[in-house]
Write a protein that binds this ligand. Structure first.
Ligand code: UDX
Ligand code: UDX
Length: 469
């Protein structure tokens, strides 16, 4: 086999949900670039090099298989990789701080800072360092200051290039992004670094979708995009509460509102609340920044997006409790879905974690079913080991249960044989549809007492309008 000429070396530090798929796409689209991904967690690197990838994402396995060992490499030697690469993406995690000032709100930047110091320590030549992680506005300044404290002959340009892809659709989002945003300094060095990064994306992203800005706008835009998306979910969820009181139907309202081209139809699906590693963390981070800069009114405005999300989950639990005669003790309840959304095995901040915890606190027996997330669910609910059963097959999971609770919008749950499920359950059987995916009228006709989100409940005990007093 002829040895390929690889023109450029690109490194990504952090082989997580963001770093690994993004680098796989760059390797696919730039076959003449050598792309290396490193991580402090050696187990993760072994998994990326194996047949069992550490995350589930549609299309990811195929793209990794095609490029791994060709121009995409997963390595444990971070220091050597830093020395060999002049373009370095930083995609380490930035969780919410759990200690000290800003605990519960601010981003914990210790991993980003440690990574900057490691780059500084190992670098023998000048480098472009690209923030891929979502970071508070002005983090690039801290990165620059750390990186500028080293040898004079080695210089660094810091760019911001936030990733907007969503899990479950990561590969198609990366292949066909709405936009790629690159923030840089407006200095000759900053502009040259920006051109270098534009050249990479130019391989497959149309030029009009590659936008540039100053560093701070780029950092802030990522937080604001997530805040706006989450705000739409909280807005529709808040209205779902009103629908349940008034016999309006949230799907009809969302359709009517979303058809206004100024508003748009996306992100108007009412449900049991948003989850995922980003929305809550990024909004709390935005709230913290607003307070830090003396803008309490702005902070309060955004904090309510998170409050409504918690309220929606509490409301869902209250509906389950009151419909099931205010006692769940000893009743067996099946959660259909544990992932925070369909087409992923990721359970970070999934509403299912809090709902499962609350059902267990009510002394219910909990059975969890999910096609991809049972491993993560068992880790999330490790404190309840022995009190939760994990059953992948939804029909086996539902057997002998008093209620089904749909937590994730897996397509599978639209197509279930609800007659078969009903027949295997304890009567009266309940269906709480936290994602409005089942055919409610049909399930009611089968015998279920059906409780959707933002729609009239269908109960065999009470006339529809009296159900939610
Ligand atoms: C992360 C951030 O959470 C998010 O804010 C940002 O937008 C992108 O990066 P994600 O990829 O989902 O998102 O996180 P995760 O799957 O946890 O991956 C981060 C990886 O970085 C982990 O594999 C972790 O082991 C690694 N890491 C962490 C390092 O390699 N070095 C460190 O110092 C810290
Ligand atoms: C989000 C952003 O969409 C993405 O741009 C960013 O890079 C990372 O954060 P992600 O969290 O992976 O992506 O998934 P997303 O599709 O945004 O869904 C987030 C949550 O909102 C899920 O729990 C989903 O079920 C919920 N959601 C979404 C709704 O409840 N209703 C909707 O209409 C849309």
């Amino acid at each position: 086999m002829m040895k390929r000429q690889l023109k450029k070396n690109i490194l990504c530090i952090g082989a997580g949900y963001v770093g690994a798929p993004t680098m796989a796409m760059i390797a696919e689209k730039c076959p003449d670039y050598k792309v290396t991904v490193v991580d402090i967690n050696p187990v993760k690197i072994d998994a990326w090099n194996s047949d069992r990838l550490p995350i589930y994402e549609p299309g990811l396995e195929e793209i990794i298989r095609r490029n791994r060992g060709r121009n995409l490499f997963f390595s444990k030697d971070i220091e050597d990789a830093i020395r060999r690469n002049d373009i370095i993406f930083v995609s380490v995690n930035t969780p919410t701080k759990t200690f000290g000032t800003g605990a519960g709100m601010a981003a914990d930047l210790q991993f980003v800072e440690k990574t900057a110091r490691q780059i500084l320590k190992c670098a023998e030549s000048s480098k472009i360092v690209i923030e891929k992680s979502t970071l508070p506005v002005k983090t690039a300044q801290a990165m620059e200051r750390i990186l500028a404290s080293g040898k004079d002959n080695v210089t660094f340009e810091v760019l911001s290039n936030p990733e907007f892809m969503a899990e479950g659709t990561a590969i198609s989002d990366l292949e066909n992004p709405d936009r790629v945003l690159i923030g840089s300094r407006e200095t000759p060095g900053g502009l040259a670094a920006r051109r270098e990064l534009v050249r990479i994306y130019n391989r497959w992203v149309p030029p009009e979708r590659i936008i540039t800005s100053n560093l701070w706008s780029s950092e802030l835009s990522k937080l604001v995009a997530n805040a706006f998306l989450a705000q739409r979910v909280s807005s529709i969820n808040s209205i779902s509460a009103l629908c349940e009181k008034t016999d309006a139907d949230i799907s009809e309202v969302a359709k009517a509102v979303g058809m206004d081209s100024r508003i748009g139809a996306k992100f108007l699906k009412a449900g049991v609340g948003f989850g995922g590693s980003c929305f809550k963390k990024d909004i709390l981070n935005l709230v913290y920044l607003c307070r830090y800069y003396g803008l309490p009114e702005v902070a309060d405005y955004w904090e309510n997006v998170v409050r409504i999300n918690t309220y929606q989950q509490d409301r869902f639990l209250a509906t389950i409790l009151s419909a099931m005669f205010n006692t769940l003790a000893g009743k067996r309840i099946c959660l259909l879905g544990f992932a925070f959304k369909a087409d992923t095995g990721d359970t970070r901040e999934s509403p299912a974690i809090s709902i499962a915890g609350k059902l267990l606190a009510e002394q219910a027996e909990v059975v969890i079913s999910d096609p991809k997330a049972l491993g993560n669910a068992a880790v999330d609910l490790a404190d309840f080991a022995g009190r939760v059963r994990y059953v992948e097959d939804p029909y086996l999971a539902a057997k002998g249960c008093h209620a089904l609770v749909i937590m994730t919008d897996w397509d599978l749950y639209r197509r279930l044989d609800y007659r078969k499920l009903y027949r295997s359950m304890v009567r009266p059987a309940f269906l709480f549809d936290g994602r409005n995916v089942a055919d409610h009228a049909k399930c009611f006709a089968l015998g279920f007492n059906v409780y959707p989100i933002g729609k009239p409940a269908l109960s065999h005990f009470q006339p529809p309008s009296a159900v939610r007093g």
